[in-house]
Design a protein around this ligand. Structure first.
Ligand code: GDP
Length: 299
């Protein structure tokens, strides 16, 4: 079993390749939930949904969110009637959010809701939310402090990010399922996801650091030079006081890492890093990177 730490774009791209070289049942994915929110009364868990849909074979891999070919009637009508949804939610996608919201209100843990949804979707990989506790990434901007989804989707990342922090009632605790997966896996792969908004929320969950201490950990950088492949990682790393590049990323994970992989084109060298083409422009590139990672694990 190999366990991955994942957000909703970079690591899922890698997983798309991984699942062609390893059976889904041998893959476990610990997923960031610090972007979760209730919207129009339903529960959106963007990164969990992306990973679930990927393994269910229904993910829209143009955008890396939502269900391929989904319609948007409920979103258009809800907004016409004043719902003010700033996130485009497809009809089938919304059905998942309705079900999960109802299950959560009925007292189920997020981990249980995810297991149930995965079963119903025929997902064979193990998809684990990082925690059952509520936690959200907030960005401080000149307009005030806003949820990361608002920063990225509503304002399209255009507001200056002054600071970034987590909001929670109590410090999130990793679930027993997550700790067991991290400890019992053959290796843990930190995928090329946003270090501030996707990976650090997982690492911050109580129990994760100590579970990883004796584990073989490989990370893939989401940066090439001073730019991420996509998304707001550079601005957010700076707002967080980290270098917005592979070096900054490797420093964030340094006490856990056995191997760090950076792109062959990366002009900012990280000492001791493995180099590979990490730009997953298509599934073939994801498969090549997956094979390279597996070779490093089997060495
Ligand atoms: P989010 O949850 O949608 O923000 O997505 P993630 O955090 O999982 O992934 C976003 C990160 O993926 C960004 O920082 C990108 O630089 C990185 N990324 C996206 N595609 C690739 C790729 O093909 N290669 C690498 N190395 N990183 C990528």
């Amino acid at each position: 079993m190999i366990t991955f730490l994942s957000g909703g774009t970079g690591t899922p791209k890698l997983l798309r390749g991984m699942r062609t070289v390893l059976p889904d049942r041998e893959l476990c994915i610990v997923v960031n939930t610090a972007e979760d929110l209730f919207i129009s009364g339903n529960h959106l868990s963007p990164d969990v949904d992306t990973v679930m849909y990927l393994f269910a074979g229904i993910l829209d891999t143009e955008t890396w969110w939502g269900i391929s070919g989904d319609s948007h009637i409920s979103h258009e009508l809800a907004n016409r009637f004043g719902a003010g949804e700033y996130i485009t939610i497809g009809d089938q996608d919304r059905a998942v959010h309705i079900a999960r919201g109802a299950l959560l209100r009925g007292g189920k843990r997020l981990t249980e809701c995810t297991r149930l949804l995965c079963e119903r979707m025929g997902v064979l990989a193990t998809v684990l939310p990082m925690t059952d506790d509520e936690v959200a990434t907030y960005v401080s901007t000149p307009e005030g402090d806003i949820h990361f989804q608002e920063y990225w989707v509503k304002y399209r990342g255009k507001l200056p990010a002054l600071d970034i922090y987590r909001r929670c009632k109590r410090h999130p605790v990793a679930t027993d399922e997550v700790i067991r997966a991290l400890e019992e896996s053959d290796a843990v792969v930190i995928g090329p996801s946003n270090p501030v908004t996707s990976i650090s929320p997982i690492l911050e969950c109580e129990g994760v650091h100590s579970a990883l201490r004796d584990q073989f950990v490989i990370a893939v950088s989401p940066f090439i030079g001073d730019r991420p492949v996509s998304g707001p990682a550079a601005e957010l790393m700076e707002a967080w006081g980290s270098r917005p590049d592979s070096l900054g990323t490797s420093l964030l994970y340094q006490d856990l890492l056995d191997v760090f992989i950076q792109d062959v084109r990366d002009t900012i060298p990280v000492e001791g890093a493995q180099r590979f083409d990490t730009l997953m422009v298509d599934i073939d590139k994801s498969i090549e990177l997956s094979r390279f990672i597996l070779e490093l694990i089997r060495k």
